[in-house]
Structures are given as structure tokens and as C-alpha cells.
Design a protein around this ligand. Structure first.
Ligand code: MTE
Length: 313
């Protein structure tokens, strides 16, 4: 068991986000009342919908599915391998080194990371393999951490690395090595600073289980799941696009951007629909349409204005 205190989400800790949403609603309502009659009923519906960006209005995936059906190749390539093979992984003590093009490079200890103001956010998640989940994450905006290290004007990208520990991660020590280690990911700085991008330290009100990327992992709800790098030990700000594990492994199949896009198929399968894990029927009637940017287009589409998303997939 990790020795640090589990960030159990008490009602009091969720409240600040409610305040945030209420404030947002209040501001939007104030702005709207200038243009619209304050009594128009459609206004209330529109404001209600704006909340779903942070707490999507769909049932959460059963916790059992979210913690036993995983991708974490450091523990094996099967969906059940991360839960089955990660018991000996030690997520504490832990440090994340933040360096590169920043004014104040430094390391953050786990206690310090857990001291960022945590929020619960219910995000729709979409894996490149055409399955999806709805997960109540606990975390804080990556931007809050970046602010502390003061990115330089020359910083354009953010690179992330997972820990390398073959003695605790059987997928890194076996005869068959499916990927090059460390697992790496990257974002453009504006994507990294977007308010929807969080570092997660928990789910379902509990500390992050090893198989989900303990003690800290990235969550970017409008991108395919492979961008959500787990068990992060290093974050570096760079001037050029950093190497990314799946992009290196299959550049024609996994792009740098990896924005969820039902109109751009994977070379070997369609991305138009998805199977919501926990609802049953992989090929059956329960398949649902995949949404552009995974349903977060209103928030993030402007980050890609003028870009050809078929080329920058
Ligand atoms: N991070 C590391 N270090 N290693 C991995 O194999 N798999 C990615 C991503 N982060 C992976 C990783 C993929 S493909 C997905 S879909 C998500 O983690 C899965 O996250 P989850 O198991 O918490 O649902």
C-alpha cells in the first residue's frame, strides 16, 4: 500500500468545483441577459449543457471495468495484465522532474503534487481501439504545475516520460518488448495549458490504482487514450515536437495530435463508432457514434483552426 494519504474525495472537496460551475453559469447568464430575455427557457438548457464539459451527463463506467480493462504495456499487452501484474509496483515515494525550457526547473515530490487543489471531473474517454468509458477522475489542471516552473517564451511543446523499472514492471523485463521504453508522449504547449488537460492522481474518489497509472498520469479527454501517459516521472518543455511512443511505433497509424475524429479512420479500422465498456455488445446495437473531439469540440476545436485534421491526425 502506498504510504501517502489517499485523496479521498469528501463532499467539501467537490464543492469548489460546484462553485466554479456556478460562477461560470452566473457569468454566462449575466452576459446572456444582455442579449436575451432572462426568462427564455432555452437559455437554462444551454447553461445546463455547459456543465457537461467538466461533468459529462452520462453514467460512469463501472469502477470494476475501469480498473481491470486497461492498457499499460509496462505490465503486459493484455487488457487484464495491468491489474494482474502491477501489485509489486511502488508508486511512493515518487518525484516528477520538470525541466527544459523553463525559468525554474525543479522536482515535485508526491506530497506537493497532492497539495494542488484537486477536483473531480467526469470525462468521456475514447481509446484508439474504438472503445470508450466515462471516468470520474480526481486531479488538477496541468497548467497549474506549468505555471510554477515559468515556461520560457521559446517553449512550444511539452514532453512526458513514464518511469522505467523492469524489476517492478514485468512488461519491461520479458523476452518480448512490445515498445521502446520509456513510454513517451507530448503535447503542444497550448494543448497542455488547456483547462480540460489534467494530471490525475485518483479515480472514483480514490487514489489512482497502479494499473491506471499511479501515482500521477495525464488525462486529455478530446484525444485518443494513448496520449494519456501513465506513471509520469519527467515533464520537459521543448521547442520542437517531442518523440511519442505510438507515433514512433506506427507513424501512419498514430499521429502526434491523436484528436478523436470519427471522420479519419485508423488504417486498419473505422473510428466512426465506439463500444462503451460496461454496456455490452462489442458489435451489437450498443455501439454509439463517436463525436468529433470526443464531444469537446466547443472547447477545443479552436486550438486547431486552419489545420487540415486529415494531415495532422
Ligand atoms: N502509459 C504508459 N506508460 N504505458 C501504456 O501502455 N497506454 C495508453 C495510456 N497510457 C499506456 C499509457 C493507452 S493505449 C490507453 S487507452 C490509456 O493509457 C488507458 O488508460 P486506462 O487503462 O486508465 O483506461
Amino acid at each position: 500500500m502506498p504510504s501517502y494519504r489517499a485523496p479521498k474525495i469528501a463532499a467539501a472537496e467537490i464543492t469548489p468545483e460546484r462553485f466554479f460551475l456556478d460562477r461560470r453559469t452566473f457569468i454566462a447568464a449575466a452576459a446572456g441577459s444582455l442579449a436575451l430575455s432572462a426568462t427564455k427557457p432555452s437559455r437554462a438548457a444551454a447553461l445546463e449543457a455547459s456543465k457537461s464539459i467538466y461533468r459529462v451527463d452520462e453514467p460512469a463506467t463501472p469502477e470494476k471495468d475501469a480498473t481491470t480493462y486497461n492498457n499499460f504495456y509496462e505490465f503486459g499487452t493484455g487488457k487484464g495484465d495491468p491489474a494482474a501484474n502491477s501489485a509489486n509496483f511502488k508508486p511512493a515515494p515518487w518525484t516528477v522532474k520538470v525541466d527544459g525550457l523553463v525559468g525554474k526547473p525543479r522536482e515535485f515530490g508526491l506530497e506537493e503534487l497532492l497539495a494542488f487543489p484537486l477536483e473531480e471531473r467526469i470525462y468521456r474517454m475514447r481509446c484508439v481501439e474504438a472503445w470508450s468509458m466515462v471516468i470520474p477522475w480526481v486531479g488538477f489542471p496541468l497548467a497549474a504545475l506549468l505555471d510554477r516552473v515559468e515556461p520560457l517564451g521559446s517553449a512550444k511543446y511539452v514532453a512526458f516520460e513514464t518511469v522505467v523499472r523492469p524489476e517492478e514492471m514485468p512488461g519491461q523485463s520479458g523476452y518480448f518488448q512490445p515498445l521502446e521504453w520509456p513510454y513517451r508522449e507530448g503535447l503542444r504547449l497550448d494543448e497542455a495549458r488547456h483547462p480540460l488537460t489534467i494530471l490525475s492522481v485518483g479515480l472514483y474518489g480514490k487514489t489512482l490504482p497502479n494499473q491506471n497509472g499511479a501515482p500521477i498520469r495525464l488525462v486529455i479527454p478530446w484525444k485518443y487514450g494513448f496520449k494519456g501517459i501513465k506513471s509520469i516521472v519527467r515533464i520537459s518543455l521543448t521547442e520542437t515536437p517531442p518523440p511519442c511512443t505510438w507515433n514512433l511505433a506506427g507513424p501512419n497509424e498514430y499521429g502526434f495530435y491523436a484528436n478523436v475524429n470519427p471522420a479519419v479512420d485508423h488504417p486498419r479500422w473505422s473510428q466512426a463508432t465506439e463500444n462503451r465498456i460496461g454496456e455490452g455488445g462489442f458489435f451489437g446495437a450498443n455501439r454509439r457514434d463517436t463525436l468529433p473531439f470526443n464531444g469537446y469540440a466547443e472547447e477545443v476545436a479552436n486550438l486547431y483552426a486552419g489545420m487540415d485534421l486529415r494531415v495532422n491526425f
